[in-house]
Ligand binder design. Structure first.
Ligand SMILES: C[S@@+](CC[C@H](N)C(=O)[O-])C[C@H]1O[C@@H](n2cnc3c(N)ncnc32)[C@H](O)[C@@H]1O
Ligand SMILES: [Zn+2]
Length: 283
């Protein structure tokens, strides 16, 4: 619930502490943010351009795919990494930036019975869904490319899973002894589907780009490659295409035609890098 994470939130206008009063969060300067009926709060600062969060259809497709368990090896690996990083830090906050449905955060909290979770996403549909992903999760609508509405050094573990990230803001909100987990696809991720379903390619220079964007704020502590094979039916392929960026580029009819031409079930590779970073410099 939002009340679990209010202590780490900051007003997006003046960076002051927020307190919950009835159905709103307020700061001492009088800025006020209504809590939506669905349980999340928007702390978008209103400055700059609107962030490009996923549509309701994409979030629903992601929910279907993840609930079916096809990415279970990733869910387990992220959960275990969060639990390891939190050892000996009872009651602290785990931040998931670009949290989507909140699937990975909820799984991590199951392994960390005394932690609370903060899900941040720029998509209203995602924020709505993440608000109910776990009883100890609070969900906030915010743009990761802007200043995060989170207090300095208030988070002990942060993660981004297939999501955009701003290293400087993550560094600011993370404790100096905290851990950042980043999960990114390799070029082999979903490789069997790239040509037939016209999925967007993963850039083979992505690992170098990741290192460049994470430094100098973070230093990599470890990196693990996770590879597995999924057996996917046509309905799974539909959810997989629908939940990703390629959903923007093809109509439903074209997508259905391409999927119908594939074998069923189809063997599809999952391939990601799970990287663990520590802040480079003290607060
Ligand atoms: C590929 S999805 C990954 C979601 C989730 N981490 C997962 O793996 O299931 C990327 C997520 O990042 C969110 N997102 C995109 N741009 C964002 C931004 N500027 N600020 C915050 N979230 C953003 C999208 O709305 C979407 O939920
Ligand atoms: Zn304020």
């Amino acid at each position: 619930m939002l009340s679990d994470v209010v202590a780490v939130l900051a007003c997006p206008h003046c960076a002051g502490s927020l307190t919950q009063e009835d159905a709103a969060l307020r700061c001492a300067a009088g800025h006020s943010f209504d809590i939506a009926r669905q349980g999340y709060v928007s702390l978008l600062s209103g400055s700059g351009t609107a962030a490009s969060g996923d549509t309701a259809e994409m979030v629903a497709a992601r929910g279907r795919f993840l609930d079916a368990g096809h990415f279970a090896p990733l869910t387990s690996a992220v959960g275990a990494a969060v639990a390891r990083a939190r050892e000996g830090r009872p009651g602290e906050c785990v931040l998931d930036v670009g949290a989507g449905t909140g699937h990975y955060l909820a799984a991590a909290l199951e392994l960390c019975p005394d932690a609370v979770g903060l899900a941040v996403d720029a998509s209203k549909a995602a924020a709505r869904r993440a608000a109910h992903c776990h009883t100890r999760v609070g969900s906030v609508l915010a743009d990761t490319w802007q200043a995060l509405p989170i207090k300095d050094a208030s988070v002990s573990v942060a993660m981004t899973v297939f999501a955009p990230r701003g290293a400087d803001e993550l560094r600011r909100v993370l404790r100096s002894d905290g851990t950042l987990l980043v999960l990114t696809p390799t070029v082999r991720h979903l490789q069997e589907l790239v040509a037939p379903l016209e999925l967007l390619h993963v850039d083979e220079r992505k690992p170098e780009r990741l290192e460049r964007t994470m430094s100098p704020a973070f230093t990599r502590r470890s990196q693990t490659m996770l590879e597995f094979v999924m057996s996917l039916r046509h309905s799974d392929l539909d959810a997989l295409v629908g939940m990703g960026p390629s959903a923007w580029h093809s109509s439903a009819a074209v997508r259905a035609e391409r999927i119908a031409a594939q074998p069923e079930p189809m063997s599809v590779t999952g391939s990601v890098l799970l990287s663990e970073y520590q802040p480079s410099t003290p607060d």
